[in-house]
Ligand binder design. Sequence first.
Ligand SMILES: [Zn+2]
Length: 244
Amino acid sequence: MLIDQIIGVGEIAIADHRGSQLSVHELARVAAECRVGGMLSGKAGIVFVHVGDGKGGLNLLHQVAEQTDIPLTQFYPTHINRSQQLLEQGFAFAKAGAMIDFTASTNQACLDSGEVAVVDAVQQAINANVPLRQISLSSDGNASLPVFNDRGELTGLEMGTVASLYQSLCQLVAAGMNLAEVLPLVTSNAARTLKLTQKGQLAVGMDADMVLTTPDMVIDKVWSQGLLLVDQGQAVRYSQFERC
Ligand SMILES: [Zn+2]
């Protein structure tokens, strides 16, 4: 409540053997504290949820909503494109009025193990009549991505890239989707849900975060809060450690 930069809790893991195996009651308590903190401070108070590939999927979130007075909209689950089964659970979750988030960064091992590529996941959502305003994309940048050999043994870790988010947007457009319709997936949808009132739109009084591209979506200029960071495709401004 008292620290501006803290707007909720996350990522809390469910349906994952690496997670802390929260009970319905424990998760409800976290969500309740988040909800009240958000209400009193005017923040989103959202619980951002990492959904693993465990058998429960989103069930725990539904159980909280059924057994308590916490609404589903208190939760913002991510990695929903992890598998076809979870994707379909996510569509039902979104149709109940809540937000879902797809992860853009991936590697071949993840796709081979059943992850649904973002373009396919968004197309399926459209076909299933899930409103696009209830979907966001995030990069999960710098998260580890496992690499397996032919025998299924873990041989290394790759890193998810921040750039995967923009690459996914370009892939959606290349697949024939309308830029104006899919742009909110990486801009205003998350900003609205997280109550980041300065972000997500170009309007008077908002932070001037802008990307200017060529017609074929090659990045030309990037501004962050009005400062030019990239010009003619080249970084022109660095933070303290980025030149190291
Ligand atoms: Zn995660």
